[in-house]
Write a protein that binds this ligand. Structure first.
Ligand code: PEP
Length: 259
């Protein structure tokens, strides 16, 4: 099965409104003729409405970087007394098609667990918001040969009891924690090995057809210089881009590498 490449930019906690406007205004003309790659930008919550407005008429999609969901009384809660939180229903309403879930920074600083990610995914499915689900090992885990076991645990936890049809439309980002924001990128072979493992596990959990449909992005210091080689791997279907997504030219060059 041929999967359409998907490049998403994770702006993290960056960009005031004027900076968000400048970035998207600079990006759009650079990518307007690229029709064969899916593109999304994921600004902070405060810039979603503005960026949505700027994206009107373009194929670039909007994503958020987190959503809140909890199960109460057997139901997934999309509104209520959860001060400071934003639900998948709200993100969908704000024009988002995508949301990043389980990013390693959220796991590290905000207590995100696989079980929490699983509830968030189910709440996204409920309202038609598509998740980009992040998994990845730390340096210590890689150095002690635990990468495969860590990925297996994260995948089984995040994907427990999900419907295959929805999983097929979801995206997974393999992001080795040691490569995020460090300038140190996984080699294409290292990344491909884990991507293949993820696809094999998806096949076991949801069947071969679903596994073949799911797009698996690589994330971790992807930049114009290394994008082409990574994207040439058979199981690498795109990229989740942090630092390089904050510069329109770099982000556009990565997208061009996916054509
Ligand atoms: C990320 O945080 O999702 C990421 C991949 O960051 P960077 O590209 O800066 O390593």
């Amino acid at each position: 099965m041929s999967r359409r490449k998907f490049i998403a930019g994770n702006w993290k906690q960056n960009n005031l409104l004027a900076e968000s406007a400048d970035l998207v205004n600079e990006l759009l003309p650079l990518v307007q003729n690229i029709k064969s790659v899916d593109i999304a930008v994921c600004p902070p919550f405060t810039s979603l409405a503005l960026v949505k407005d700027r994206l009107r008429g373009s194929a670039v999609m909007l994503g958020a970087q987190n959503a809140y969901a909890v199960e109460a009384g057997g139901k997934l809660v999309q509104s209520g007394a959860y001060t400071g939180e934003v639900s998948p229903a709200m993100l969908k309403d704000a024009g988002c098609e995508w949301v990043i879930l389980g990013h390693s920074e959220r796991r590290q600083y905000f207590g995100e667990t696989d079980a929490k990610v699983n509830a968030k995914i189910r709440a996204c499915y409920e309202v038609g918001l598509k998740p980009i689900i992040c998994v990845g090992e730390t340096l210590e885990e890689r150095d002690s040969n635990r990468t495969a076991a860590v990925i297996d645990t994260q995948m089984r936890g995040c994907f427990a009891n999900l419907p295959a049809a929805k999983v097929a439309e979801s995206v997974i980002a393999y992001e080795p924690v040691w490569a995020i924001g460090t300038g140190r990128t996984a080699t294409p072979a290292q990344a491909q090995e884990v991507h293949a493992q993820i696809r094999k596990l998806l096949s076991e959990l949801f069947g071969a057809q679903t596994a073949a449909a799911v797009r698996i992005q690589y994330g971790g210091s992807m930049k114009p210089e290394n994008a082409k080689e990574l994207l040439a791997q058979p199981d690498i279907d795109g990229g989740l881009i942090g630092g390089a997504a904050l510069k329109a030219k770099s982000f556009a060059d990565i997208i061009s590498a996916a054509v």
